[in-house]
Write a protein that binds this ligand. Structure first.
Ligand SMILES: Cc1cc2nc3c(=O)[nH]c(=O)nc-3n(C[C@H](O)[C@H](O)[C@H](O)COP(=O)(O)O)c2cc1C
Length: 329
């Protein structure tokens, strides 16, 4: 049996397969099952500040509407009703964390600077092994330069990393002009790992209805090529651990991620499509590949096909692109 152990953001994992933030964490039973079947760790679905604000608003609307029917509500006859705020999420994170032995990571997506640090601290208090920053803005305003948005991210990483004592990772968007520079900056501000990359659902247009459609869709293995290239380019150029995310659908995909230099992979779509037992299938596939190659542990081959270690270092850059285009008839 090969040794699958790895370290991710300073936390020891029995294997590199992390269940990504997703609906799998909605039920403690599913998290327990993921552990039984062999997951190395799990990220709990993000705490979204906007969701809390929305819940607060809904409560406010409810109070206003109710006051029209029953003025006692506003007159203080009934005890004040408060929105659950982040409390419900925090209780659920703690409950999940207590139910299993594998490392559980929390994820946070806030908007206002104060909320980032305050929620980060509260998530730390649930006893999680680490905190993933899920930062994403759609840069739709022509008056806001990219540098301003990046500075916001750097400030958030710095303030969160200095506020908590658990390790902090950043789940990045693939849409930066210079991913290596963003990675360097977040490392300098205290992040211990980077997740490459988050996957965003893109709206579509229904031509019959002439309307916007937002459908949930799962990733495909072809989508793994973007994060694979960036993991390979970054391996050995940062002290942070790299987690490859998006498009990992098989044990061979896990092997690819490790060959590029990842310390771990995060997986959601294929588990939602194939069910949690697929975790053990993926681990068995990784095992057979390692047996075939004669590898005993992940360190035997991690980063072997990174840019740093391949003879054709430009293969990960632009030269390959030109060569391929020119070779087409
Ligand atoms: C149902 C569902 C819910 C998700 N919820 C979150 C979330 O709360 N926070 C987050 O950072 N990513 C979330 N994601 C994104 C996944 O964590 C992951 O980044 C993405 O699905 C790409 O990985 P995959 O190709 O293995 O699916 C969600 C994905 C799915 C399918």
């Amino acid at each position: 049996m090969a040794d699958f152990s790895t370290t991710y953001m300073g936390v020891s994992l029995k294997n590199p397969l992390i269940v990504a933030a997703s609906s799998i964490s909605n039920y403690v039973d599913k998290v327990k099952r993921a552990e039984e079947i062999g997951a190395g760790a799990l990220v709990i679905r993000s705490l979204f500040e906007e969701q809390i604000q929305h819940d607060d608003m809904t409560m406010q609307e409810f109070m206003e509407r109710a006051a029209n029917i029953s003025p006692e509500i506003q007159s203080g006859f009934y005890p004040p009703v408060e929105s659950g705020g982040p409390r419900e999420h925090l209780m659920w994170v703690e409950k999940t964390r207590r139910a299993v032995n594998i490392p559980i990571f929390a994820s946070l997506n806030a908007v206002s600077p104060g909320a980032w640090t305050s929620y980060a601290k509260q998530l730390e208090e649930t006893g999680v092994a680490g905190l993933e920053i899920n930062y994403y803005v759609v840069a739709a305003d022509p008056d806001v330069p990219g540098s301003e948005l990046e500075k916001k991210l750097f400030d958030i990483v710095e303030s969160v990393a200095s506020e908590v004592s658990i390790p902090v990772s950043v789940k990045l968007s693939p849409y930066y002009t210079s991913t290596p520079n963003v990675v360097k900056e977040i490392e300098q501000r205290g992040a211990k790992a980077v997740v490459l990359f988050n996957r965003f659902l893109q709206p579509d247009i229904d031509v019959d209805e002439e309307a916007l459609v937002n459908n949930m869709s799962y990733s495909t293995p072809a989508e793994m090529k973007v994060p694979l290239r960036w993991v390979a380019l970054l391996y050995g150029r940062t002290r942070m651990d790299l987690a490859l995310n998006t498009g990992v659908h098989s044990g061979k995909d896990v092997a690819k991620a490790l060959l590029a230099g990842a310390s771990a992979v995060q997986v959601a779509s294929t588990l939602l499509e194939n069910g949690l037992p697929y975790i053990s299938t993926m681990l068995m596939q990784l095992q057979s590949w390692m047996d075939e190659k004669g590898y005993d542990k992940l360190g035997d081959f991690r980063g072997k096909v990174s840019q740093k270690n391949v003879p054709d270092a430009f293969g990960f850059e632009r030269a390959q692109y030109m060569k391929l285009l020119m070779s087409q008839q």
